[in-house]
Design a protein around this ligand. Structure first.
Ligand SMILES: [Zn+2]
Ligand SMILES: [Zn+2]
Length: 226
């Protein structure tokens, strides 16, 4: 478990747990004041996630999903049952992926995967609560059609799943992917969150939107205006 550097005084805390053979960044986020939190993208390796929950001493009130790929959603149904909590997200355009997780599991040789139906689908500009905190939801299609991103403006922190990575962007070559949509999601919905906003990607190290605008070889300002 790694605890990302949050902005000083940030009310929303986060810790990353690497899960599944895809090294996905399952992220615990919590309201520091109430110690109530959420598990974002429990793709699998639930014992590792439960251990991290114990270490942080928080109580989990919900599961949040960014999108319907196996490494992000494969363990969600089982964890919901274990913790007795509800699942919020992604956008309903990912229903076809969530209905086929067991099939994805067989294709990739991952055991224990279950199909999952969230308790609440999310729309662009919805909000979700974590403890006493309110996070903004942005619909960011392109990697998958129903991908959503969670943003807490006061903490200058976003959880972006497979939309954007440090030095790269999400794959758009899957059957439901769309490159144009993905680039628009990044430039029209992520960049406005601010250059000094840090983000946890679905894979690999954290970065900030400003750093990516300056250096990202696929969506940096210099590339897109060239
Ligand atoms: Zn994905
Ligand atoms: Zn992923």
């Amino acid at each position: 478990m790694t605890q990302p550097n949050a902005a000083p005084g940030s009310p929303l805390k986060a810790a990353i747990v690497r899960v599944t053979p895809f090294e996905q960044n399952c992220t615990l986020i919590w309201d520091e004041a109430s110690k109530v939190g959420a598990v974002v993208d429990p793709g699998g390796d639930l014992e590792r996630i439960e251990q991290a929950i114990k270490q942080t001493g928080i109580s989990i009130e919900k599961i949040l999903l960014t999108h319907g790929h196996i490494d992000h959603a494969g363990g969600a149904d089982e964890l919901r049952e274990k913790l007795g909590v509800k699942i919020e997200g992604p956008h309903k355009n990912d229903v076809i992926l969530l209905d086929n997780l067991e099939k994805q599991g067989k294709v990739y040789g991952v055991d224990g995967v279950r199909n999952v139906t969230p308790d609440r689908w999310l729309e662009d500009r919805d909000t979700v609560t974590v403890g006493e905190l309110t996070l903004d939801v942005r619909h960011c299609p392109g990697h998958t059609p129903g991908h959503v991103v969670f943003h807490h403006p006061e903490s200058k922190l976003a959880i972006v799943g497979d939309v954007l990575f440090k030095g790269s962007i999400g794959r758009w070559d899957f059957p439901l992917g769309n490159h144009q949509q993905l680039v628009e999601s990044i430039t029209k919905r992520l960049w406005p969150m601010g250059d000094d906003t840090a983000f946890v990607p679905g894979h690999g190290p954290m970065s900030t939107f400003g750093h990516e605008r300056a250096t990202n070889p696929l969506v940096g300002d210099a590339v897109l205006t060239a």
